[in-house]
Structure formats: C-alpha cells, structure tokens
Design a binder for this molecule. Structure first.
Ligand code: TYD
Length: 210
C-alpha cells in the first residue's frame, strides 16, 4: 500500500493532541497531503460508539471496553485509514492499536495474547509506519489533566483512573517502544510546547523525506 501511516501515543495529559494540531499545520505548509484522525471516534460509527462507552457514567465491563475499542478501530481501518493509504496520503492518527496494548492490556490486565488476537482481528494486521510516543512522568501528566478539567474539556471514564493505572500504561508504552525501536520514537513531552513541536517536526520530516 502507498502512503504513510503515522500514530501518536501517550498517556492522558501528554499533550499529543496539541502537538498533532501544530504538526498538521506545519506539514500542510510544507505541502504534504495529510489526513488527521483519531481513536476512538475517527468515523461516524466510531463517534457514536465513543459517546456510548466512553462518555458515559454507566459501568462498562472491561471485556466490552476492549471489544468496543476494537470495533471502533475495525471501522476506522476499513473506511478511513486503508482508503487514504491507497490514495498515497499521509494518515496521522491520535492513538491506534498500541493504546489497546497499553490501556486494556497493562492497564486493565488482559493478557498480551488476548489483546494481540483482538487487535489482529480488528486491523487485519495493519501497522503504523512510524509511532511517536509522548513521554512524561505520570504525576506531571495528571496535573495537566486536572488543570484541563477546570476548563471546558469533556471528561471521559478513562480520565478518572488512579495514578498506578497510568504508571502501568506508561511502562507498557515504554516496553513497546523498546521492543519495536524501528517504528517508535520516544518524545520528551516534559518540555515547553514549542520545543516538543520542533522535536516532532524534525522526526516526522526526516521520516517523510526518506
Ligand atoms: P480522548 O479524550 O481521546 O483522550 P486523549 O486526548 O488523551 O487521547 O480519550 C481516549 C481515551 O481512551 C484515553 O483515555 C485512552 C483510551 N483508549 C483506550 O483505553 N484504548 C484504546 O485502544 C484507545 C484508542 C483509547
């Protein structure tokens, strides 16, 4: 398949969504054909699923959560990501399958084998070409999300997890990055926004230039 598939990952409060906006602006100025998207909620069905299971106070069974993230992803891969890659576009997604390894695997405690199987079914094996992991200590990330809570940010169920949950999630991301060091780049997200932005632009333009 032509095109390039880039994903952004990080624990809540890592600043990746802000960085995605800034990166997209920069790449469009450089005349790259970019499609930005997100999980969950990159398609109309995905947005409805997101509301149904993430933006709710209803208790959601962990297995239902795992399968709903997978359903969102299956729809996303089939109707948005694959068609755009076929048209040789650059797709940049705010989260993808690594989030399921980290949050449902390490965070909720599902086995790697089970998470692997579910991801494989949902994606048909489609992997990103490049993944940026925005890393910062959990304590700092949580401070950022609690600041955001006082503004207009819409909360979701995952935002209310305790810090040891996020420690497991972060460690899982770091382990994934270590295991798949060709695909992953670890970004130091504990720096001023502009500094992180220039690190990100350098990594992505180097990658696209190759
Ligand atoms: P969102 O508001 O999009 O958060 P963020 O801007 O930090 O990405 O909410 C997505 C939440 O869903 C986030 O807490 C991570 C979680 N998530 C999973 O647990 N598993 C997954 O596979 C994905 C894609 C997201």
């Amino acid at each position: 398949m032509g095109g390039k598939f880039i994903t952004l990952e990080g624990i809540d409060g890592s600043g990746k969504s802000t960085q995605l906006r800034m990166l997209t602006g920069e790449l469009r100025q450089l005349k790259y054909d970019i499609l930005t998207t997100m999980e969950p909620g990159g398609t109309p069905l995905g947005r409805r699923l997101r509301e149904a299971f993430l933006e709710t106070e209803e208790t959601v069974a962990p297995i239902a959560e795992l399968l709903l993230f997978a359903a969102d992803r299956a729809q996303h891969v089939e109707f948005l990501i694959k068609p755009a890659l076929k048209e040789n576009r650059i797709v940049i997604s705010d989260r993808y399958a690594d989030a399921t390894y980290a949050y449902q695997g390490a965070g909720r405690g599902f086995s790697k084998e089970m998470v692997n199987q579910v991801i494989e079914i949902a994606t048909g094996g489609l992997k990103p070409d490049l993944t940026l992991f925005f890393d910062l200590p959990v304590g700092k990330a949580l401070k950022r999300t609690s600041k955001n809570d006082e503004s207009d940010r819409k909360n979701n169920r995952m935002d209310t997890e305790e810090s040891d949950f996020y420690v497991r999630v972060r460690d899982a991301y770091l382990e994934l990055a270590e295991r798949d060091s060709n695909r992953f780049r670890i970004i130091n997200a504990d720096q001023p926004v502009e500094v992180v932005h220039s690190d990100v632009v350098k990594i992505v333009t180097d990658f696209l230039g190759d």
